[in-house]
Design a protein around this ligand. Structure first.
Ligand SMILES: [Zn+2]
Length: 520
């Protein structure tokens, strides 16, 4: 028998519930009626990276040492993209494998590179098919040999969409997403059948991409979810389906106002950049990133362009909007007091202050100023600015100094160039902290229950009758269980914390973040 966990990146009840009530999603309706469902509180910031790892480890970013897509090294001031090897914990499927279970993981963001050092790659019981920015042209599975078997079974399996996102029509985006959804589900049942997995986790990531870009076209989004509903219907009908669990890594909401937080810091003189001449030269001859992308899209040469034009060159094409990713800006660290990376974490550069006391005073003032900041329509920009020690567990390696929770409807990209308020991007909607949870099957309750993202790993381990690592932050949620799992007491197992062996990050990580719109 198999437990199927289906991750719907960015799924939000504000979309799904009305469609369920209008009978567009009969399988979701069945899961909700026969099983348990509720809100799933994500981490802060509610961002894909590291949220999926918070789910799979049951731990806050403070223990994982990863807070968003990018890491900031306080000593060297280096800003670099995180990857799977930066997370300081093993995952719940590693614990299952140790106890003799067999687990498959498909397309979960944060799983590239697949051989991240935390799995015992030759245990023969863990099967990883990495998510973006992995590439089917390179190694993307654990074990290595799984790639050939997978591509033999599903020859058209792709890790990433074969589209230039910015240049695609809504229908092209939805069509490509549904093709990828089908491939993911085929991979899931293939792992269950061929590798005898009793747990298969699959993330559908394209839901996030579609929602960012098509929030104003709900019928298009609905079409994508109707397709997922069909695939779920087949899954529920399988003889081996012991349970099906649905979750999102965060929710979603419309963007009402964009707050360019680093531009705000720049205008205050708290962030200082050295001008770069490269962009001006390219701009003066009329070469922009958008023109390059249009040219590439017209010729249908996405993969070719990605392999032929190094990311280090691509990044110097200026955006038509004039905005620049903060990661590309040449920052004057002798004069920069603070920088925001990700949608929430703020790092304070202590080197720019005469004393620690001065840096602490600055942090207090910055907190006050952010909490008092208003949008042009007079609404608050932030809900709260937290001391990370109040939000994260663990010793918070590489952690931020302040953690901003933005107000509903406010998106705070990292780019600079342009106005602090009023800018627009290709994103119409952004993440929020409240996501979705639902579960159906044997020994699953049929009530409503609101969970935290950290609760999934301990609850699933307990469901399997496996000891729960003593260092998880979540709880075994007995309110979602019935039968034997509900009756037995929790066994505590050894911690899953690991060290980290930080490796060189390939350019594909940043390239993918650009494609998705996480970087300008
Ligand atoms: Zn996400």
């Amino acid at each position: 028998m198999t437990v199927y966990v289906v991750g719907l990146d960015g799924a939000d009840w504000s979309l799904l519930r009305p469609w369920i009530e209008e009978e567009y999603l009969p399988t979701f309706d069945r899961i909700l009626n026969d099983g348990v469902a509720g809100d799933l509180k994500s981490t802060l910031p509610p961002v894909t990276f590291p949220a999926w790892k918070c789910y799979s480890t049951g731990k806050t970013p403070g223990k994982l040492g990863v807070y968003e897509w990018f890491a900031y090294d306080k000593d060297t001031h280096e800003i670099s993209a995180n990857d799977a090897s930066d997370f300081r914990s093993r995952e719940y499927w590693d614990v299952l494998a140790e106890r003799g279970h067999r687990a498959g993981v498909i397309n979960m963001p944060t799983t590239h590179p697949p051989d991240d050092g935390t799995q015992n790659t030759d245990d023969g019981r863990t099967f990883i098919i990495a998510g973006s920015p992995a590439s089917e042209r390179k190694r993307f599975t654990v074990p290595d040999s799984l790639k050939e078997e997978l591509l033999e079974a599903i020859p058209d399996y792709r890790v990433k969409p074969d589209l230039v996102l910015d240049e695609s029509t809504p229908d092209e985006l939805v069509d490509e997403a549904t093709t990828l959804f089908e491939q993911r589900f085929r991979a899931a049942t293939w792992l269950a059948d061929e590798k005898d997995c009793d747990l298969v986790h699959t993330t559908l990531f394209a839901t996030d991409t579609l929602q960012h870009r098509l929030w104003d076209r709900p019928q298009k989004l609905r079409a994508a979810y109707e397709h997922i509903d069909d695939l779920l219907a087949d899954l529920l009908e399988r003889d081996d389906a012991e349970a099906v669990v649905l979750l999102s890594d965060h929710g979603f909401q419309r963007i009402d106002e964009i707050f360019l937080v680093n531009q705000w810091l720049l205008d205050r003189g708290d962030l200082v950049i050295e001008e770069s001449e490269t962009r001006d030269v390219l701009s003066s001859v009329g070469l922009t990133e958008e023109r390059l992308k249009r040219f590439v899209a017209r010729l249908g040469l996405v993969n070719l362009a990605q392999s032929m034009i190094p990311e280090s060159v691509q990044r110097f094409f200026p955006s038509e909007s004039g905005r620049v990713a903060i990661q590309d800006a040449k920052i004057d660290w002798s004069r920069t007091k603070a920088i925001s990376l990700g949608r929430g974490p703020i790092y304070i550069n202590r080197d720019a202050f005469a004393s620690d006391n001065a840096a602490d005073r600055y942090a207090t003032d910055l907190t006050d100023d952010l909490e008092n900041q208003k949008t042009p329509t007079g609404d608050p920009v932030v809900t709260a600015v937290y001391d990370p020690t109040d939000v994260y567990t663990g010793d918070r390696p590489h952690g931020p100094d302040l953690l901003v929770e933005y107000a509903p409807g406010v998106d705070a990209p990292e780019s600079i160039g342009g106005e602090v308020f009023g800018e627009t991007t290709e994103w119409l909607a952004t993440h929020r902290r409240t996501g979705v949870f639902a579960a159906w099957g044997d020994n699953i309750a049929d009530e409503a229950a609101d969970l935290e993202l950290y609760d999934l790993a301990p609850t699933l381990l307990h469901y399997f009758g496996v000891p729960v690592p003593e260092d998880v932050d979540g709880d075994v949620r007995f309110d979602v269980l019935t039968g034997d799992p509900a009756a037995r007491s929790v066994d505590q197992g050894p911690p899953t914390a690991t060290g980290t062996d930080r490796r060189e990050v390939g350019p594909e990580v940043e390239e993918t973040l650009r494609e998705l719109g996480y970087m300008e």
